[in-house]
Design a protein around this ligand. Sequence first.
Ligand code: KDO
Length: 335
Amino acid sequence: MTVARRSFTVSAIALVGALAFAPQGAIAQDKVTLRLSTPASETDQRSIAMAEVFGPAVADFANYEPHYNSSLIAQGSELEAIATGDLDMSITSAQELATFFPMFSIFTAGYVHQDADHQVAVFNDPLMEPFKQKVEDELGVKLLAVMYLGERHVNLRMPRSERDVQTPEDLSGVNLRMPGTDAWQFLGRALGANPTPMAFTEVYTALQTGSVDGQDNPLPTVVDAKFYEVTEQIALTRHLVDLNYIAISKEIWDGLDETQQAQLQQAATDAASAGREAQLAKEAELVSFLEEQGLELYEPDLEAFREHVQAQYLESDFAADWPEGVLEQINALAE
Ligand code: KDO
């Protein structure tokens, strides 16, 4: 009796011990680590959506490990880092993809995407399949979902009394910081400005010291990065309804079982959706906040900008790389 009880006690302790340590340890060890690098801050709506929606939704098989402010990988080098196995995930841009695959420049052209819903319709349309497939096959990167960054506008240091931006001609001689790839630089020129390549993390100081005259980004970014502290005006040019793709290493993806893949895909779709809603809400509410900070926000001659920018693209080498008929398909998806 005593022996039996003791043996029961011993095995119960062993069982509790086993449950407490072995399986948990094994699961923890088996979890895949998903290191994501982004130039965005921790308080950017895309970062928040990834941390609050994506991370928890994959937590039973993955440790989501975000690195903000380009602290792990420099802006623009993330895709290469995923391809070489030095990084697992990024929130990449069409401009970065266009450095590998020129056909992606169609998504970097000004005034092509109309709004957030249009971006989603394009991403989910069969027209996107050859684009996604190419990135998977040739770079080993899988594009999971499209994230909304917002409408990019021209944000300048000088007050409107000094430079009133109504048409592309009014940006002549303006030293406008744009991110450092050809597609971004071209957009800056198409707007009529003198584009200067610079990493996102350097922009605040460059505006503060006057080494650039301005920058372009959506209103939530202007606020999150505090560019409003060092600028005086925003011409609401809406020149690019900007997007990012949630990207993951194909090797990591292939190492997951089908249930995990479905779960991860759903997590990315849900995070993109949450981030989109949050970013749209911010865009709507930030005009008055920025005006309270003393900035002048105004609408320039949008038709003049649209016509000028579109003409530049259609005459460019970029357009020569756009697959036949895709621009028409994209336009047809706009409501
Ligand atoms: C920027 O460098 O201006 C940009 O807006 C480009 C985007 O593609 C994206 O990388 C973004 O920066 C960063 O995520 C910081 O918000």
